[in-house]
Design a binder for this molecule. Structure first.
Ligand code: MN
Length: 292
């Protein structure tokens, strides 16, 4: 059944994630223009930081979890674990998952449209070799998702068939710049993880954090601390009793940094996407953000 696994994994009374309306999926499947399908990448700080890469297909979002995020360098192949289809409504989701599956912070890191380059998408998916063009804010040009073969790959080879590689093809939009570092922020709110958390409830994980140890745990601890300060500084009513006055004094909200524009990427090493992003006013991103 459509979205069955998605629904099984979640308790919709405790997660703000969309429940996945099957009618919406069916309607979307009928209406979709085959050359302008929705895609997005959600940066997800859960037990580990990863990037969820999603392509609209037949009314739902085919999804891969990419631990290191996409790379614009054709020489860098990024592992992409195929995960359960997500509802199309998930495409603009950004927020805090307080508990349960995927607990953590979700940021809408990129969104736009995709066009298949492979002639028959279903056949390409079955074969494990899907070529496509992306037109997002950060990711553009030609890409391929390839299922890894042999021992660890396709089910016939003994693996579970979930491992794919996300690879950029060589074109004007390829380059050596690390896009995840260069443009780390949301295309929806223009904020960081701490901004997203501060907009909701920074105290949500007082006892049981989604990530406790390792890099993700350390990152989350810092984000929680900053979010509490942001919230206290921007809120007239202290949200944390006893902590607010000090936090207000030291944690005054700093003007949002511009992400892509703050660093110099005018050199020839920067791919076209980044060079062009630097010429555009930041407000453009917000204005163009739309529902899938
Ligand atoms: Mn995820």
């Amino acid at each position: 059944m459509v979205l069955e696994k998605y629904k099984q994994k979640r308790n919709f009374s405790s997660t703000p994630e969309p429940s996945g309306d099957l009618k919406v999926a069916a309607e979307r499947a009928k209406k979709a223009k085959p050359d302008r399908l929705f895609f997005c990448v959600q940066k997800h700080l859960a037990s580990h930081l990863h990037y969820d890469f999603r392509l609209e297909w037949k009314g739902v979002l085919l999804s891969w979890a990419v631990p290191k995020g996409p790379s614009l360098d054709p020489k860098t192949k990024r592992l992409a674990m195929h995960v359960e289809d997500h509802p199309i409504e998930y495409g603009t989701f950004e927020g805090v998952i307080p508990e349960g599956y995927g607990a953590g912070i979700v940021m809408l890191w990129d969104q736009g449209t995709w066009t298949p380059e492979s002639e028959d998408v279903d056949t390409a998916l079955k074969k494990g070799d899907l070529k496509f063009t992306l037109d997002g804010y950060k990711l553009k040009g030609s890409w391929v998702l390839v299922r890894t073969g042999g021992r660890w790959g396709s089910s016939s080879g003994g693996g579970d068939g979930r491992s794919w590689l996300l690879i950029k093809h060589r074109d004007d939009w390829a380059g050596e710049i690390d896009i995840t570092e260069f443009a780390p922020k949301s295309v929806k709110s223009e904020g960081n993880f701490e901004d997203i958390l501060a907009a909701e409830n920074p105290d949500v994980w007082q006892s049981n954090r989604p990530a406790k140890g390792g890099d993700a745990g350390a990152m989350l601890a810092t984000i929680i601390e900053r979010a509490v300060r942001l919230k206290a500084g921007s809120d007239a009513t202290p949200s944390v009793k006893g902590k607010a006055p000090a936090a207000r004094a030291s944690g005054r909200r700093v003007a949002p940094r511009s992400g892509a524009r703050e660093r110099d990427a005018s050199g020839s090493g920067a791919p076209r996407a980044v060079r062009e992003a630097n010429k555009k006013p930041l407000t453009r991103t917000k204005a163009r953000t739309r529902k899938p």
